[in-house]
Design a binder for this molecule. Structure first.
Ligand SMILES: NC(=O)c1ccc[n+]([C@@H]2O[C@H](COP(=O)([O-])OP(=O)(O)OC[C@H]3O[C@@H](n4cnc5c(N)ncnc54)[C@H](OP(=O)(O)O)[C@@H]3O)[C@@H](O)[C@H]2O)c1
Length: 326
């Protein structure tokens, strides 16, 4: 018997309904995976609320999980029953005990990477990889600004930047989270609930501003992020935990110093299988080499994902959150 969480209509966390679902045999090119752990991501909230429409209702949310291959469809090569695997990205459907998934987007786990670890980091970690190495390649000696630094992506991004030799200014929403990012090696910490981001960044950088801001908070931080940049700096706006950034006048980019603005997504940086394997490979190396440590700070039974959503939306979580099938 296979169970999953379904969303029948967009809305609050109570729209997630645990039920039995039929699972067909894997189609050609697909692999059947028995999940051992599912990763919680903020994008799951956007899908549940309809901020990012899922396509059709009802649907099973979730984009990140790990487990074991149970069977493979026709024409699948490179995967066999018993393989330990993980994925990050579409198609939706990770909030399930078992599912079918395209082999083309599946990653085999190397020795030393556990399934829970993988479910907690594939989406967040590959995001950190492309943001810091490809969207804006951070250089040793640069001082950068990372918002929501104690969060899932934030913790990985900060550690990767520190490993590259950058100095990190981190924003957080509580004193407890400040302690967390201090322990990750962040050099300057701003509690953006009580301190002014731009004033602090200008003071830390002797008025210069930073060459890059990684902003996943969106509406509440967007303007401050633009104002914290040095001339010709880059604002990487990669999320909207506080809400959608409203339309804005692009002449702000010139008046604030010939700035660059990008709104990247993981999918566009892992479009090809080669890119997917390179990104996941770099993440595995960073974890196995000890440059990045993963904090799985919350675990919930998969069937109680609604509670996990509430915690994430109310800023109660830090690091990664796992949803565990029974
Ligand atoms: N574009 C991409 O490729 C990509 C890929 C993965 C994730 N993302 C984005 O990256 C962000 C982080 O994702 P995540 O899953 O790792 O989540 P997360 O950072 O663990 O959780 C979100 C954090 O944002 C902060 N926040 C600030 N204002 C908030 C508000 N009004 N409501 C809720 N949270 C608020 C909170 O930290 P404080 O309490 O410290 O403020 C909260 O813990 C999300 O915006 C997500 O959409 C983008």
């Amino acid at each position: 018997m296979n169970h999953a969480l379904m969303v029948y209509e967009y809305g609050g966390s109570d729209t997630l309904q645990w039920q039995e679902v039929q699972l067909a045999k894997p189609a050609s090119g697909e692999v059947r995976i028995r999940h051992s752990a599912v990763g919680l991501n903020f994008i799951d909230v956007y899908h549940r609320t309809g901020l990012y429409p899922a396509g059709k209702l009802p649907f099973i949310p979730g984009l990140e999980a790990a487990g074991t291959v149970e069977s493979v469809g026709e024409s699948v090569t490179g995967f066999a029953p018993g393989d330990r695997v993980a994925y990050a990205g579409g198609p939706l459907g990770a909030y399930a005990e078992s599912r079918n998934f395209p082999a083309e987007r599946l990653i085999k786990l190397p020795d030393g990477i556990g399934e829970r670890q993988a479910a907690a980091m594939m989406l967040k970690g590959m995001t950190a990889e492309y943001l810091i190495r490809r969207t804006y390649p951070v250089q040793a000696g640069e001082t950068i600004l990372v918002h929501a630094a104690a969060g899932g992506v934030g913790q990985l991004l900060c550690q990767w930047a520190v490993a590259l030799g950058a100095e990190v200014i981190a924003t957080v929403g509580s004193e407890q989270k400040a302690e967390v990012v201090r322990n990750l090696g962040c050099n300057h910490i701003i509690n953006y609930r009580s301190e002014d981001i731009v004033d602090r960044v200008r003071a830390i950088t002797d008025g210069a501003g930073v060459p890059v801001v990684y902003d996943s908070v969106g509406r509440d931080t967007f303007q401050a992020s633009l104002s914290a940049l040095a001339p010709r700096g880059t604002l990487v706006s990669f999320g909207q935990a506080s809400g959608k950034v409203p339309p804005f006048d692009i002449t702000q980019l010139s008046s604030k110093g010939s700035l660059y603005l990008t709104r990247p997504t993981l999918f566009d940086y892992t479009r090809t299988r080669e890119q997917l394997l390179q990104s996941s490979g770099a993440l595995f190396d960073a974890i196995l080499g000890g440059e990045i440590k993963l904090e799985i700070a919350q675990e919930y039974p998969l069937r109680e994902a609604a509670r996990a959503h509430q915690a994430l939306e109310s800023r109660m979580t830090r690091g990664s959150t796992l949803l565990l099938p029974d």
